[in-house]
Design a protein around this ligand. Structure first.
Ligand SMILES: Nc1ncnc2c1ncn2[C@@H]1O[C@H](COP(=O)(O)OP(=O)(O)OP(=O)(O)O)[C@@H](O)[C@H]1O
Length: 300
């Protein structure tokens, strides 16, 4: 961690968070880095320094204590006969993202290898969904690098879209189509629709129009779609939202199987998820500083 200073709009509690995950060791320094090359950051900082007494400049000279995270057990191994792409690596370096004038992500770094799982936690508004959208390639960071096997994902967004299975808060089902028809739209070569229906206990609902599903049934359908994507990177925004305990067990099995095949998984959550051997990235969040009008112009 470099020494330096960072201009922090509104909240002195915002901190740089870095996560490193390797086979059985995690190293998560928490500190602050110099980001003076970010023009938006500097512009906002100059303005806020002049006009807002809550604005502050923080100087950090040494690394803070690591977040308490440990990876005590070895991760699930791949089933025999299933080759895991062990060289796969997703890496984010010093990601900064503004929403409106607010610096929501401030120097987030992480490294995940094949089979790794990371839980993204933090209070409402901390930037968990924002980070997932950046990792999915749906939004460019204002600064920082995001690479898959060493290549920027923004060099070829279409290729990155192929490797991502993403679910947001909305289940995004076509209400007039049945569960099967909705899933069929997302079935990639090599995926088996009936396996996905079974994995999420949807067989009895397969012919029901999505508009007639309960919230939990819709979520199970959205998760079945993730299974059918055949994607190495799962980005799940509160995947257990609306699920009953039986469905949460099914979710846990699906996530374990994905990792055992060498998949990478990142999930936001406010509740415990049935995942072993994860690392956690806790975004600190900050009190919302602005009235609604201040957010105009950023609807990405
Ligand atoms: N379209 C937008 N324009 C401007 N600001 C936004 C927009 N969407 C979200 N934000 C702001 O970005 C911040 C981060 O939002 P985000 O949805 O990433 O948080 P979160 O950690 O996922 O929250 P939650 O736990 O409630 O799901 C919030 O302060 C929010 O007000």
């Amino acid at each position: 961690m470099r020494s330096g200073h960072r201009c922090v709009p509104y909240c002195s509690a915002r901190r740089c968070v870095r996560v490193r995950s390797s086979d059985n060791r995690l190293d998560i320094p928490l500190g602050l880095e110099h980001t003076g090359t970010n023009k938006r950051h500097k512009r906002g900082s100059d303005h806020d320094r002049a006009s807002n007494p809550a604005f502050c400049v923080i100087t950090v000279t040494k690394r803070r204590s690591p977040i308490s995270v440990s990876q005590s057990e070895p991760r699930a191994s791949a089933p025999s006969g299933t080759p895991a792409p062990t060289g796969t690596v997703l890496e984010a370096d010093s990601l900064c993202v503004f929403r409106g004038d607010r610096l929501v992500l401030d120097g987030v770094s992480l490294t995940l290898h094949a089979g790794d799982a990371m839980l993204l936690t933090g209070p409402n508004g901390a930037g968990k969904s924002t980070l997932l959208r950046v990792l999915a390639g749906l939004r460019k960071p204002d600064s920082g690098q995001l690479t898959w096997n060493g290549q920027s994902i923004f060099d070829d967004r279409a290729a990155h879209a192929e490797r991502v299975a993403y679910i947001g808060h909305q289940d995004a089902l076509k209400p007039g189509l049945s569960v099967s028809e909705n899933l069929h739209l997302f079935t990639r070569p090599g995926a088996d629709l009936s396996d996905a229906l079974e994995a999420m206990d949807l067989c009895a609902l397969a012919d029901l129009p999505a508009r007639l599903l309960s919230a939990g049934q819709k979520r199970r359908t959205a998760l079945a779609r993730v299974l059918l994507a055949q994607a190495p990177l799962w980005l799940l925004d509160e995947p257990s939202l609306g699920l009953d305990s039986a469905a949460i067990t099914l979710l846990g099995r699906a996530m374990a199987a994905h990792r055992a095949r060498g998949g990478i998984l990142i999930a936001t959550t406010h509740v415990p998820l049935p995942l072993d051997n994860t690392c956690a990235l806790d975004l600190p969040g900050a009190a919302d500083p602005r009235p609604f009008g201040a957010f105009e112009g950023d609807y990405a």
